[in-house]
Design a protein around this ligand. Structure first.
Ligand code: XIL
Length: 372
């Protein structure tokens, strides 16, 4: 290659590099208003998915563990904790300048299974469950005291009609398990923010139930900083108007709001399917997996429009929002490929299977820049 051509190639390469470097990132723009986060799995923090790790470093300033801090993982037996992955996640977050969020202390799914029964397999008494819940919350929160900014203390405690979900915590302890959990968490790390987290919170009955909970916790003197709206949305739900009404209702009840598990399920759903109950499962059928070779143009338009509709609501309410976290990094590893039907090809996130930023990212960024 002669010198001139070589120089030309170098300048071309540099040119591309500069254009890419100049594209604003999510954390540079949305990050001025609230934390922008992603749920990370163990592959990311253990160096087995560097492509996703790079995206997190570049675009996000906050992480949450997708699974490894849940009861069944971190506390598999009464007198045995498994700290390895959770420790690694917190350390990785710190080394990469991320604000680390804890998920989650009290939840009916993926729970520490031993917690609710005695050696004979019979339900434990109220006093025993309170004691076990106390030790679990105290040990986990204390271990990361000062290193985790806030905890999802109770996750998914209401049914869609706003009644209490009849979890073992509810059945054995009664409705005061909420305040006990929040008190135990606060005692263990008085500086940590504490959250109530749930899905389908655009639903008016559930919204009202959560507002009642927030008010009750406050009356009882508990610390609660925010309601986490999981935001597991679909290509045609929920209504952005109802989503916004919920944000405003939670703020009126006296807390901040955060979008904690944002994604948009682009695939058709079985009848009677809604929400994000991880225990739900349906039989695979090709009719539920129509985009194995990529979204159609029409579907992609709907995908972008959904993202823009919800981020418009988020933008309008940014002063009341603490954090927006995507539930995963790229489409390749999203939980929505396997839930509620195993083995599908879904497109719920902002980065594609080749680790490339989707065009909607810059559209969201532009929306925030234009409204500054
Ligand atoms: C999901 C994880 O993404 C999956 O890997 C796991 O198999 C099941 O749980 N609501 C929550 C999250 O609060 O913890 C769930 O995460 C998704 C629904």
């Amino acid at each position: 290659m002669n010198k001139k051509i070589a120089l030309f190639c170098v300048s071309l390469l540099l040119g591309t590099a500069t254009t890419q470097a100049q594209k604003p990132t999510l954390k540079e723009t949305l990050g001025k208003d609230f934390l922008v986060g992603a749920a990370v799995n163990v592959d990311i923090v253990n160096g087995r998915d560097e492509g996703s790790a790079d995206i997190v470093r570049k675009h996000f300033n906050s992480i949450v563990a997708e699974n490894c801090m849940k009861g069944e993982e971190i506390h598999p037996e009464e007198h045995r904790y498994n700290w390895t992955d959770a420790d690694k996640t917190v350390q990785w977050g710190e080394e990469n300048g991320q604000v680390v969020i804890g998920h989650c202390l009290v939840w009916h799914s993926q729970p520490p299974k031993w917690m609710f029964t005695d050696k004979q397999g019979k339900p434990v008494t109220r006093a025993v469950l309170i004691d076990r819940m106390y030790h679990h919350i105290t040990d986990v929160v204390t271990r990361y005291k000062g290193r985790i900014k806030g905890w999802d203390v109770v996750n998914e405690a209401f049914n869609d009609d706003g009644t209490y979900r009849k979890t073992p915590y509810y059945k054995i302890i009664g409705e005061d398990y909420f305040e006990l959990a929040f008190k135990f968490a606060h005692e263990a790390d008085p500086d940590a923010e504490l959250y109530y987290n749930d899905y389908s919170l655009s639903n008016p009955a559930k919204r009202d139930a959560v507002c009642r909970l927030v008010r009750r916790l406050k009356e009882k003197g508990c610390r609660i900083d925010a309601v986490g709206m999981q935001s597991h949305h679909g290509y045609d739900y929920p209504s952005p108007e109802e989503y916004e009404k919920s944000i405003k209702a939670f703020v009126a009840a006296g807390v901040k709001v955060q979008m904690t598990e944002f994604d948009i399920n682009m695939l058709p759903r079985p009848e009677n399917f809604h929400g994000a109950e991880v225990g739900q499962n349906f039989q695979y059928d090709t009719k539920y997996n129509p985009y194995t070779k990529g979204l159609t143009k029409k579907a992609n338009k709907i995908f972008e429009q959904q993202y823009l509709n919800f981020f418009k609501v988020i933008e309008r309410n940014k002063k009341d929002i603490l954090r927006v976290t995507l539930w995963g990094v790229t489409d390749a590893t999203s939980w929505l490929n396997d839930w509620p039907i195993h083995g599908r090809t879904n497109y719920p996130l902002l980065f594609d299977r080749d680790y490339k930023e989707k065009p909607v990212v810059q559209k969201i960024i532009k929306m925030f820049e234009e409204n500054r």
